[in-house]
Ligand binder design. Structure first.
Ligand code: PNS
Length: 162
């Protein structure tokens, strides 16, 4: 069995993330979507909600599980017995940060590979932050988010803005 770990903040999960997860299933048999607390980014949704939303957005994909993880990614990947980290690349602007992260992870564990998958050009501009911006001013979300995730985002923004 081949297992890939797709780590991220997923605040919230977008169609772009789901596209990368679906593509990763052409390379590995199973994928764990690993949701990081990432307090540094001060996420809008708490980790439990982000896991729940990622489960909703990936429920149509067989071979995918979603779970939270804490601490060092390479240690989690080892504990999980996975073969590789999966990351999506949207544009050249992603490259430098992703390159640094992959090399840092390889320094921490020399046997660990990162597989980069190109997101569909349809989603190459999409980030969770931009989607939150669109949502905050009442813009349409159907091109970016699973309908249930979109509803939860609108509710969450109403709660935090009131
Ligand atoms: O979706 P993001 O915010 O780009 O994901 C970043 C993430 C969660 C993959 C990264 O911050 C991470 O791996 N955090 C766990 C702590 C760690 O191992 N850091 C060293 C590698 S950057």
């Amino acid at each position: 069995m081949t297992l890939g770990i797709y780590p991220g903040t997923f605040d919230p999960i977008t169609h772009g993330h789901a596209d990368v997860i679906a593509r990763s299933l052409h390379v590995v048999q199973h994928v764990v979507v690993a949701v990081a607390p990432n307090h540094r980014k001060a996420p809008l949704f708490d980790i439990k909600e982000r896991v729940e939303l990622a489960k909703i957005a990936t429920q149509h994909l067989p071979g995918v599980v979603v779970e939270p993880f804490e601490g060092l990614l390479v240690e989690y990947v080892r504990r999980r017995g996975a073969q590789a980290i999966i990351r999506g690349l949207r544009a050249v602007s992603d490259f430098e940060h992703e390159f640094q992260m992959a090399l840092l992870n390889r320094k921490l564990d020399k046997n660990l590979e990162t597989i980069f998958l190109m997101a569909s050009e349809e989603y190459s501009y999409l980030t969770s932050s931009m989607v939150k911006e669109v949502a905050a001013v009442g813009g349409p979300l159907h091109d970016f988010l699973h309908p249930e995730v979109a509803e939860r985002l609108k509710t969450q923004l109403r709660l935090t803005q009131s």
